[in-house]
Ligand binder design. Structure first.
Ligand SMILES: [Zn+2]
Length: 292
């Protein structure tokens, strides 16, 4: 799933290529992806792309005041196309294509654009056409952005204070902090040398400061690595930059211990016991249930 760094890079990528161009048409192939009816998606035709922004994990294409907002969810991605002139019309229900945005032809007759695709059978990719990004419920309820100036250690302390939630779940909660998902929460906790099951409200002031530092540096580094990469290269870059997430069974690059995993119904987390839990493996709840 694309998280803050990848969506930030996609926004930058689109900003360079799409801003100043006129939208020829937006073709919705996967109808269930379109979550709004007013303004209609056809209203985007003829409008100029004036800006591209990121809100949490949402990508926001500003078309002269009308916004095409996308949440890529777990299996979604963006594919840039240099020329869609000869592209065949697509029929709903075939393949991963969900939405195609066609831009007006430029001087040499090529009509570039981009496609939103979604792999897998769980279709969660969401597209909204709105007059204000705040009209998207998931954006209206977002917590502070960890790369914004106001995200200080004190602000994080205020968020965590009194919370009885495990820190891993709290970091992933978009209403608490915007943009961090399953992968970067694993990475942040590894950098902060903190157990994913630690109760948020029990962190000392020093631990809050360490966690804040880990959040900001981890995300900044990832944004820096992703910057300037083509959309198609971002997934591989994300994977290669992760130290624990998705690396169960591999050696921790900090201490050499074996990275372990805890599985849940529809996700899993990875961590290093030596770095994060005093050398003790965490109970794998799913596994222990099976063994009973
Ligand atoms: Zn380690």
């Amino acid at each position: 799933m694309p998280e803050l760094p990848e969506v930030e890079a996609l926004a930058e990528f689109l900003r360079e290529r799409a801003v100043g161009r006129v939208i020829a048409a937006v073709d919705v192939v996967a109808f269930q992806a379109l979550k709004t009816v007013d303004p209609p998606v056809t209203a985007l035709g003829g409008l100029t792309v004036t800006g591209v922004a990121r809100h949490g994990k949402f990508l926001d294409l500003d078309c002269d005041g009308t916004h095409l907002v996308t949440h890529l969810a777990r299996g979604g991605w963006l594919r840039w196309r240099d020329d869609l002139t000869g592209a065949k019309p697509v029929r709903p229900g075939k393949g991963p294509l969900a939405v195609r945005v066609r831009l007006a032809p430029d001087g040499d007759g090529r009509a570039p654009g981009f496609e939103l695709t979604e792999a897998g059978t769980q279709k969660r990719l969401a597209v909204y056409v709105v007059r204000d990004p705040g009209d998207v419920p998931g954006i209206a309820s977002l917590g502070p952005d960890p790369l914004a100036a106001g995200f200080t250690p004190e602000a994080l302390g205020a968020i965590l204070g009194g919370s009885r939630t495990q820190i891993k779940g709290l970091l992933r909660d978009q209403k608490v902090i915007a943009g961090i998902g399953n992968a970067y929460s694993d990475e942040v906790l590894h950098v902060a040398r903190m157990s994913p099951f630690k109760i948020a409200g029990t962190l000392t002031e020093a631990q809050v400061a360490e966690l804040h530092e880990a959040i900001v540096t981890t995300l900044r580094d990832a944004v820096e690595r992703a910057r300037g990469l083509a959309a198609k290269d971002l997934k591989a870059e994300k994977k290669s930059g992760l130290r624990v997430h998705g690396r169960a069974g591999e050696k921790c690059e900090v201490c050499g211990d074996t990275i372990r995993e805890v599985s849940f119904a529809d996700s899993s987390l990875q961590y290093c016991p030596t770095c994060q839990t005093g050398g003790k493996p965490l109970a794998d709840r799913r596994l222990s249930k099976l063994l009973k």
